[in-house]
Design a protein around this ligand. Sequence first.
Ligand code: SF4
Length: 232
Amino acid sequence: MDPRRVYERLLARFGPQHWWPAETRFEVIVGALLMAQTSWPRVAEAVGNLRRAGVLDPRALAAMSIGDLRALVRPAGLHRTKPRRLRAFCRHLVRAAGGDLDRFFARDPDALRRELLTLEGVGPETADSILLYASEVPTFVVDAYTVRVGRRLGWFDADRYDAVKAYFESRVPRDLGVYREFHALIVALGKDVCRPTPRCDACPLADGCAHARARGQLSYTPTKRTKERKTP
Ligand code: SF4
């Protein structure tokens, strides 16, 4: 099944996902940096702590002690690495653009992505999340759900980040709104339906899915639209 058709079916099934749930672009960045190996509610709690402490600002975070920062972002886990990475990112942002996100994102997106990837703790998924949701760069975000769903559909047999990203970007026209929504919809599918043990009988993609075919599960009939999710 063509990825664009999959997008339409997922949108019809799950509805707009309203990603990324943040009040500012800087919050998106902080959330993306804190997301590794935890759940969104834990990240939201950490971001809330920073907001209440009045330090949800690049310059404020860049100047904080690691101890103080650790206490605030502790709910997000990995308390040895995440505070250090967050402060390092903010220091870079201050050095590179005076903490001004308009200036920071005004550069060539490819060069900016390469630069993000040199920063401590910023891998391709985090870099692309920042570019897609905090800036306005239509770059496809790949995560474990994307790999799982794509492999099961029979789209690719790879799990290498760049190969999966290239698969989508060569087939889905670069539209910021579509790229933002598509990633969120794949996550919704992966969480609710295409789980480690998939619920193919409840999946809107079953008639075009190699995995479902192999399991002999093509009996999907549309059910009531699932509740809209408003968090990663
Ligand atoms: S049909 Fe099954 S394996 Fe295929 S995408 Fe849907 S839930 Fe996943």
